[in-house]
Design a protein around this ligand. Structure first.
Ligand SMILES: [Zn+2]
Ligand SMILES: [Zn+2]
Length: 198
């Protein structure tokens, strides 16, 4: 599988990734969170990728990459739940790395903060979160990262299906240029589950 032909959503002069385009990263990233949630039984209502202008308005410069809208604020009180939640949080950047060779940093910070809130880990900075993280997980961040990488490789076909469905692409052969103003892009939980299984 060559992700470059599969999801080349490149905007000329893209401010975030001139090689692949921001949307290429965003759709794959959100699709990975989505499939991770499905396969770990983390309930969500929908996944949505807003147009870039809406990100700026909603998040004032912090690069929040759309989002999987959970049914309730996460509360991962057991080690098993905290691990599953972290796998879901890491799946976005791991899929970007697998598909495109690198990830966009802002998404990682936002995802780690989201996980930390859900797991009851105090602190906003990555270093503060990392200090408490192993106690909550019962293993290291590197352990969870390795598990997530193995899972993303296995799940990649399903992630690509959801990524295409989210972007409104019916075929991997569709020419790879999309208008950033055409969003928001959204799939309900049922639509996402159907796409993953297609
Ligand atoms: Zn890139
Ligand atoms: Zn994310």
């Amino acid at each position: 599988m060559n992700p470059n032909t599969e999801l080349g959503l490149l905007l000329a002069g893209d401010p975030f990734c001139k090689t692949h385009g921001w949307m290429s990263h965003v759709f794959l990233h959100e699709a990975a969170h989505t499939v991770a949630a499905i396969e770990r039984g983390i309930d969500f209502t929908h996944v949505e990728v807003p147009v870039p202008a809406m990100w700026e308005a909603n998040h004032s410069g912090e690069l929040m990459l759309g989002g999987v809208n959970l049914v309730a604020p996460p509360s991962w009180t057991t080690s098993a739940d905290a691990n599953a939640g972290l796998e879901m949080a890491l799946a976005g950047i791991v899929a970007e790395k697998g598909g495109w060779g690198h990830w966009l940093d802002g998404g990682y910070i936002g995802d780690m903060r989201m996980w930390a809130r859900g797991a009851g880990v105090a602190g906003d900075s990555i270093s503060a979160i990392q200090e408490e993280l192993e106690r909550v997980l019962g293993c290291s961040l590197a352990d969870v990262m390795r598990r997530t990488e193995t899972w993303v490789v296995e799940a990649y076909p399903r992630i690509a299906n959801v990524s295409n469905a989210l972007a409104g692409r019916t075929s991997n052969d569709t020419p790879g240029r999309m208008d950033y103003a055409n969003g928001p892009w959204r799939l309900s939980a049922d639509e996402a589950k159907a796409a993953a299984a297609s």
